[in-house]
Write a protein that binds this ligand. Structure first.
Ligand SMILES: Nc1ncnc2c1ncn2[C@@H]1O[C@H](COP(=O)(O)OP(=O)(O)O)[C@@H](O)[C@H]1O
Ligand SMILES: [Mg+2]
Length: 261
């Protein structure tokens, strides 16, 4: 039976779609059958991030409105075995409720291990639709204070839902700024938000230029997604401390080089 996880945030542009797609790919790589479903009806782009936009035949509204069967709305992700996309609705889709989505996945959940919902930013209808279809939540933040404050608001709303698990993923982490305390450290983020950090993804251009959602685990950000997937599957949280790279003599050289770039 699948775990239904909403990937949410307060602020836009923090990496929800990125985390949904790249985490999905690493769960799939571990042999877990995974669907990533785009519930951002306004600014849908998950199909592009997954490199599957040309392969989509049916979308979520086709499945919900009976134009196709639920499993026909699944698009197999090119290059990543076990990974599927359900694309966002092509029309506005305001009438679609979280309950409708939950029912659709009732029919699919025995065939999958994980369903990841890519949620829109903010706390409007789209947020409640995605959250009410899920049973666990990942809140994506960046080290920017504005993102952390918005996440605090999201977390307080999430706590009013009956979530099995809620965890934070710190995306676009900058170890060089954490070590000098110019941005909050992981411990400070956990204390402030009173929620466990379950993954830390470094800021990395490989994500920006990637043509699909798979990055090899030999590359630091690929490894960060690998560890996040492993933590979710095993229930034992493990991530690389982003400040590790910047400790000691060579670390301080790396830090000054990074700051000059
Ligand atoms: N760890 C990262 N390092 C570098 N760029 C990133 C990272 N995570 C996301 N991005 C980039 O940031 C932008 C916004 O990410 P996106 O996932 O679309 O955010 P959201 O879905 O929250 O609006 C995208 O261009 C994406 O490639
Ligand atoms: Mg998005």
């Amino acid at each position: 039976m699948a775990e239904l996880i909403v990937i949410t945030s307060g602020k836009g542009g923090v990496g929800k779609t990125t985390v949904a797609a790249f985490l999905g790919a690493k769960l799939a790589e571990r042999g877990k059958k995974t669907v990533v479903c785009d519930l951002d009806f306004g600014l849908n782009n998950l199909d592009i991030v997954m490199g599957a936009e040309k392969k989509v035949v049916y979308d979520l509204s086709d499945a919900l409105e009976g134009r196709c069967r639920a499993n026909q709305a699944l698009t197999a992700c090119p290059n990543v075995k076990n990974l599927y996309l359900i694309s966002s609705v092509r029309t506005v889709g305001k009438s679609i409720s979280g309950q409708n989505i939950k029912q659709l996945f009732e029919g699919l959940k025995n065939n999958f291990d994980y369903v990841l919902f890519d949620c829109p930013a903010g706390l409007d209808t789209g947020f409640h639709r995605a959250v009410s279809a899920s049973n666990s939540a990942i809140v994506v933040i960046t080290p920017a204070l504005s993102s952390i404050r918005d996440a605090d608001k999201v977390l307080s709303v999430l706590r009013s839902y009956n979530m099995k698990k809620i965890g934070i993923v710190v995306n676009m982490a900058r170890g060089d700024l954490m070590i000098t305390r110019e941005v909050l450290t992981i411990n400070e983020i956990e204390e402030l938000l009173k929620t466990k950090v379950i993954g830390v993804i470094p800021q990395d251009d490989s994500i920006l230029i990637s043509k699909n959602c798979y990055i090899d685990s030999s590359i630091p950000c690929g490894n960060a997604f690998y560890k996040l997937a492993k933590s979710i599957v095993s229930g034992r949280i493990k991530y690389t401390d982003p400040t590790n790279k910047y400790t000691g003599f060579w670390g301080s050289i790396k830090r000054s080089l990074k700051r000059k770039l």
